[in-house]
Design a binder for this molecule. Structure first.
Ligand SMILES: [Zn+2]
Ligand SMILES: [Zn+2]
Length: 326
């Protein structure tokens, strides 16, 4: 079960190592898998995907401390930087009566944002993989204040790289070894109309994010709201943003990655970062320093859809094993 095609040879070094460890994690006991990330952190920025089902059943209530999510963004300057108001309250979709109601709690502690969710989306779940949707006690952590690192770092080949503002995980732009080895699941049409699907453990996760699935009240010509956070603490906006501080023009930010081959398999192999002088072209991580001087990511139509790398230093978050998608 450990024998899978190694990830692409042209993918930056370290990835193969990461993939092997991830596969290893899948077959390990809960306790061991939880220990592993700490052991390998120094050699790899790996988000070891452990079987992280919580045993204590401490459900968080969906509505208690949620902000309104109206995105006005300019409250009391002396208030804490905790971004909990950017997470809209979650509510159940009538079509999902067979599943628990979605839950979400967001708070800050010790310089970290902590997001707890049960992994159930607030819109109709439409199965696109054989994996049934399962409630999972997620707890995600990332810095309240993202800081640009001296160098960018790779996102994990598999597993979570950040979260959407509904508390559900975002994965990178490639699938696991099956059905199309490491192919782009968005390109391959195996994500739903909100950019997500379920993996082996029933864990619903995104490979791209859509404003209309995660936020409300934003017109298509307005600057996009924050719809997620990377584990390095930087926010992820939808694709539209202001071109200058006065917002004289709202533009669509685009990926600087170009297709160099067929991304049905080995998505990373078949793209290269080209960039360009146009200010709407994002950096290799799919982010930029915006007109307000703050670094953030944008979701793009094309690869890598959400993150191309981490511009800051990511907190290692465990997930459930991404595993193959039969
Ligand atoms: Zn996936
Ligand atoms: Zn921007």
């Amino acid at each position: 079960m450990i024998e899978h095609d190694p990830p692409s040879p042209t993918r930056p070094r370290g990835v193969e190592h990461t993939a092997r460890l991830l596969l290893l994690c899948e077959s390990m006991s809960l306790e061991l898998a939880r220990l592993l990330p700490a052991l390998i952190l120094s050699t790899s920025m790996l988000a070891c995907v452990a079987h992280d089902r919580m045993l204590d059943g401490g459900e968080t209530s969906g509505d208690g401390d949620m902000g309104t999510g109206d995105g006005d963004g300019d409250g009391d300057p002396s208030s804490e930087a905790c971004p909990n108001e950017l997470f809209p309250a979650v509510s159940p979709a009538p079509e999902n009566a067979a599943y628990p109601d979605p839950t979400l709690a967001v708070y800050c502690e010790g310089g970290e944002v902590i997001v707890e969710s049960n992994g159930i989306p607030g819109y109709e779940f439409i199965p696109l993989t054989p994996n049934e949707l399962a409630a999972i006690d997620w707890q995600w952590r990332f810095p309240v204040e993202g800081e640009l690192a001296a160098e960018t770092s790779e996102i994990p080949l598999l597993g979570p790289v950040g979260i959407a503002v509904n508390g559900l995980p975002v994965y990178g732009p490639n699938e696991g070894p099956f059905p199309d080895p490491y192919g782009d699941p968005v390109y391959n049409g195996i994500v739903d109309s909100c950019g997500g699907h379920t993996a082996m453990a029933g864990d619903y996760h995104y490979h791209t994010l859509l404003v209309e699935c995660l936020s409300s009240g934003y017109g298509p010509d307005e600057p996009s709201p924050v719809i997620g956070f990377s584990f390095d603490g930087f926010p992820i906006y939808g694709s539209r943003g202001c071109l200058d501080a006065a917002c004289s023009e709202v533009v669509e930010y685009v990926s600087g990655w170009v297709e160099t081959g067929d991304p049905t398999t080995h998505a990373w192999d078949n793209h290269a970062y080209q960039g360009g002088d146009d200010p709407t072209i994002l950096d290799p991580c799919n982010g930029h320093v915006g007109p307000e001087g703050d670094y953030h990511y944008h979701v793009t139509d094309g690869f890598p859809h959400v993150l191309g790398c981490y511009a800051g230093t990511a907190t290692v978050n465990m997930g459930v094993g991404p595993g193959p998608m039969p």
